[in-house]
Design a protein around this ligand. Structure first.
Ligand code: PLP
Length: 335
């Protein structure tokens, strides 16, 4: 494979230009999939042995265009109703292309990513602004602890980070010492509504899948049952998760009521709102009221790749108190 320095400059530009055109045509295609094969046929076509002979860059590109792309779903097709993930915003595609070339490592601002770190901070602040979390004046943003969010690879990553915060909040230092008493680390979710990512997160972070499902009414918490559960199991619960647009029904929780009940029972409970879908409410005055109460939650997951037509992967965990991210920070003198 040629490195960009080894290739004829114009040939590199032409190849990349051609693939951008192929990509635009793919997005504009009315079809969801150009070619349908059985999973076994796709497996046999694509799962090949490590090639013994090298292949030129043009042949590799042609193979991707001829063999792989026709079997890809075009989620931007008007016929596709599976998800909202179209990845069709032209400005985001343009930025994504540039990001591929810029190849910035975000380990630190000084020697690795002089401007990308600040670009990321700006995006986090815009997302905070959209859901109503306050931002410090720019000239007071001096460290990452003044920002109030992290970008992640998806809603799953953001929800997992939220669960880590919930764990450290209820048992500070667990990240250093390990989980000592997982019985304190249950989380509450609405029955049948909770997304699998929070249960997986609990399992990944060593709490075990300690989910308490509270019955719902109209796809929201039954508030009476919520209060009863929180009161009865007060000392076992580290977090209450509420859905601001759940994946099955897109119902938005009664956020203010959930907040008031949980805080009254036990103020330390970490309140997390999964607004992967609900972020869209922030863009229109007709729906903005549905987010009422969200700013009192300790953390909020938003997924621009779901609702803003932005290509994968763009998710963020936003936190009410920016300094709370210190709960999960670790230090290395290497970076
Ligand atoms: C409510 C909700 N939370 C979390 C996720 C996980 O998001 P991602 O696929 O970006 O990891 C989804 C995905 O559909 C979702 O609907």
């Amino acid at each position: 494979m040629p490195l960009i320095h080894d290739m004829d400059r114009q040939a590199a530009v032409d190849l990349l230009h051609r693939l951008v055109t192929v990509g635009v045509e793919f997005k504009l295609d009315d079809q969801v999939t150009r070619k349908r094969l059985t999973p076994q046929d796709i497996r046999d076509l694509l799962v090949t042995e490590l090639p013994e002979q090298s292949t030129g860059v043009h042949d590799v590109a042609q193979e991707l265009v001829d063999v792989v792309l026709p079997l890809c779903n075009n989620e931007a097709s008007p016929r596709f109703l599976g998800f909202g993930h179209t990845g069709a915003d032209v400005s985001a595609l343009a930025a994504g292309l540039l990001a591929l070339f810029a190849q910035q490592n975000l380990i630190n601002q000084s020697f690795a990513a002089p401007s990308a770190t600040f670009t990321e901070i700006a995006v986090i602040r815009w997302l905070r602004d959209l859901i109503g979390y306050p931002n410090l004046p720019v000239n007071e943003v001096r460290t990452v602890w003044d920002v109030g969010g992290v970008t992640t690879y998806g809603g799953t990553g953001s929800n997992t980070t939220a669960m880590l915060l919930a764990r450290e909040n209820i048992a500070p230092g667990t990240m250093h010492t390990g989980v000592a008493n997982a019985e304190r680390m249950h989380i509450v979710v609405p029955a049948g509504i909770g997304h699998y990512s929070v249960k997986s997160a609990l399992e990944w972070i060593g709490c075990g899948g300690r989910i308490i499902e509270v019955p719902t009414r109209g796809y929201r918490y039954d508030l009476h049952q919520l209060e009863k559960t929180l009161t009865e199991r007060r000392d076992e619960i580290m977090s209450v998760v509420a859905y601001t647009g759940d994946s099955r029904t897109h119902t938005v929780e009664n956020l203010r009521a959930v907040h008031d009940i949980a805080r009254a029972v036990r103020p330390e409970i970490w309140l997390h709102a999964d607004a992967c879908w609900g972020l869209m409410c922030a863009f229109t005055p007709e729906l903005a009221g549905k987010l009422d109460g969200i700013t009192a939650f300790d953390s909020v997951t938003v997924d621009p790749h779901k609702v803003m037509d932005i290509p994968y992967a763009m998710s963020a965990l936003l936190v009410r108190d920016p300094a709370s991210l210190r709960l999960v920070s670790s230090y290395s003198d290497l970076i």
